[in-house]
Design a protein around this ligand. Sequence first.
Ligand SMILES: *[C@@H]1O[C@H](CO)[C@@H](O)[C@H](O)[C@H]1NC(C)=O
Ligand SMILES: *[C@@H]1O[C@H](CO)[C@@H](O)[C@H](O)[C@H]1NC(C)=O
Ligand SMILES: *[C@@H]1O[C@H](CO)[C@@H](O)[C@H](O)[C@H]1NC(C)=O
Ligand SMILES: *[C@@H]1O[C@H](CO)[C@@H](O)[C@H](O)[C@H]1NC(C)=O
Ligand SMILES: *[C@@H]1O[C@H](CO)[C@@H](O)[C@H](O)[C@H]1NC(C)=O
Length: 400
Amino acid sequence: MTQTERSVHVVIVEKFPRRTMTQNGTRGKRSVLKRRLVVCLKIILAITVFSLYVVVLLRESLQAIEENKSRWTSRVPKTSHHRNTGKHLIHHAWKNSTNHPAPPRPSKPTTLNPIYEYSEEVNAAAERDFAERKNHLWDMCIRRGMVGVYPPNAWEFFISPGHGLAWCNVFKAASSSWMYYFNILGGYNLAYLQRTKTSPLELARQRFPRPTLPELADALANSISFLIVREPFERLLSAYRNKIEGFRNKYYKLLAEQIVKKYRKTPKMKARPTFKEFLTYLIHHYKSGNRFDEHWSPIYSFCTPCSINYTLIAKVETFQRDTEYIIRQAGLETLLLNKLPNKKVRAISNRSTSDTRHLIPKYFGQIDAQTLDQIIEIYEPDFEFFGYNFTKYYELIEQN
Ligand SMILES: *[C@@H]1O[C@H](CO)[C@@H](O)[C@H](O)[C@H]1NC(C)=O
Ligand SMILES: *[C@@H]1O[C@H](CO)[C@@H](O)[C@H](O)[C@H]1NC(C)=O
Ligand SMILES: *[C@@H]1O[C@H](CO)[C@@H](O)[C@H](O)[C@H]1NC(C)=O
Ligand SMILES: *[C@@H]1O[C@H](CO)[C@@H](O)[C@H](O)[C@H]1NC(C)=O
Ligand SMILES: *[C@@H]1O[C@H](CO)[C@@H](O)[C@H](O)[C@H]1NC(C)=O
């Protein structure tokens, strides 16, 4: 035995004292070879794993850089949950990060987007309307001495600081569509949103909790703030039909029963309040100074437009255009544009035309002038502030 062989042998002997003591020299040599082979294999395996790891790492960082590049070139702001950024995007650089959500300056769009048509005329018309609505509103607020009279209901806002949006949710004014948009902004995926049975409002509140007044003030200074208004009596009729006439939950069922009991001379079980009975209830409720349900609360006290300088006042009557404008203004095209389910899109485009509007003559034909006077008294500021006209309702009742 050479010196080295002996030392190896010694090592083996030391390592496996009991077994090797009883074995002869040739068997010892074979096990040394086997051991070396195993060590070699282990080294090869380690090298392979390591190089695979390096390749994966390299690819990930390359991808990150690529994404970073496209994000910065397309200028999509601060959204983390979309990965396919910048493919079909124009951002008009309207959004200015100053603290004044000033009426947007018209800027020149340079390309047509392959996904959706952008029309400069439509856009210009929207801008004119937005400016006009705002001027009109503040003229009326001043004329009525209502500036700052109602403290803001921070509670009712949905604020997404990361997307620069603050929305006062007017119920029965396309609110489910914007609830859907906020749920997308909240990071829910589209398939889940269409499948889930959880109410959209509940989902949205999980991601956008009710803000405090200071949080609202901060958001208003740094975001696009908006509300969506609707012709007051179309909104009221829609609320009545949805919540009272066709009640679906216990709370409104109970309310409906109470209204019948109180305002019908011979109340029958299971009868639902007529529109006139509902209005009579509202008038009494208003006179006794009680708070209105959010579904028929006048907007002037619910979203306090004379106490908050909203960036944009959108309308159900021009919902599609106004909404697209807000989305572009916020730079959220990739996330939100064309993301409403078809069902919702149909409901919206039909909402102001067929459904409620066509039913207005039928329902208002049931009420008398005195009831109309009183109900107009409640909603008159909403008519005035947002440029609607109630004259036609007198014609509807007089025909009867
Ligand atoms: C992405 O871009 C930003 C700003 O240009 C830079 O600060 C950041 O390091 C970049 N990240 C990567 C992964 O390249
Ligand atoms: C942003 O605001 C600043 C100062 O108010 C103004 O000079 C700049 O032109 C604005 N940028 C855009 C894109 O409107
Ligand atoms: C609302 O804000 C805009 C932009 O900052 C400003 O020009 C306008 O005077 C404000 N209006 C009121 C009534 O405060
Ligand atoms: C409106 O609803 C009717 C069905 O009630 C449907 O046939 C029509 O296509 C809808 N209109 C739009 C613009 O979606
Ligand atoms: C409402 O419309 C009628 C005509 O239909 C008009 O005489 C009246 O001045 C309008 N009211 C307002 C407040 O614009």
